[in-house]
Design a protein around this ligand. Sequence first.
Ligand code: NAP
Length: 246
Amino acid sequence: MTGRPTALVTGGSRGIGFAIARRLAEAGHDLIVCARRAETMADAERSLSATGVWVHAVQADLAVEEDVRRLIQVCQDRCDRLDVLVLGAGIGAAGPVEELPLRRFDKLFAVNVRAPYALVQALLPLLRKGAAENPRHGAKIVALASITGVYPEPGLAAYGASKAALGALCRSVNAEASAAGVSATVISPGYVDTDMTQGVHDEVEPAAMISTADVAELAMSVTRLSVNAVVPEIVVTRPGGQLHRA
Ligand SMILES: NC(=O)c1ccc[n+]([C@@H]2O[C@H](COP(=O)([O-])OP(=O)(O)OC[C@H]3O[C@@H](n4cnc5c(N)ncnc54)[C@H](OP(=O)(O)O)[C@@H]3O)[C@@H](O)[C@H]2O)c1
């Protein structure tokens, strides 16, 4: 490693994760990014490396236990410390409670909850080291949840439940680790204009959605907070009368 602050961004190849990874790189963080698809990862790695920081891309499917273990091993082998952990990789699934098959529920929880839990569990020692070496700011976990984990949305019960669980994980991490300088923030936005929301364009135009830049700005502001300011959750709504809708 180079002595610069270091961040792991899961889902850093596209969408919100990539936007945050780019801001972190521009702010001088060395990066490990992960995603499933090699081609988009390679594009992201090239683009992030162009900022001059060290970037290592790991092809990993966070639904697969072995891949999660391999990602953890890469972080442990390559990093002396971790300053920022962005839990960005996530999947969606829509369907009423009575219809969404349990196998899709299990996949949602594997990617959106189990993998983040495994990463936090294994990487807390590196985050504690990061916090000890940067006592002013500490180390930060930023998790991408969803407004559907805060307010109910028909058809998104399983997705919302997975994101609510991610929020609960972050709040518990704060209770356990924030005194040692490691704090967690869950960002819970409504619809953000990414590949994930292409299927709802007939309902909400991309131009009316939250931008990836907005979410990245919030994530960066969290990284700049002092160790004394713990922000458990940021809810981001779209404008209008139905503030609680995605
Ligand atoms: N877009 C929204 O409206 C919205 C709103 C609220 C919250 N969120 C949350 O924000 C996060 C990012 O969403 P996004 O809209 O940026 O999604 P996106 O455009 O679909 O990007 C998802 C990223 O995660 C990676 N990924 C997906 N499944 C993975 C897996 N099993 N293992 C490893 N990497 C995986 C993707 O790369 P590969 O496909 O190559 O794996 C990609 O880099 C998600 O957690 C999502 O639930 C999104």
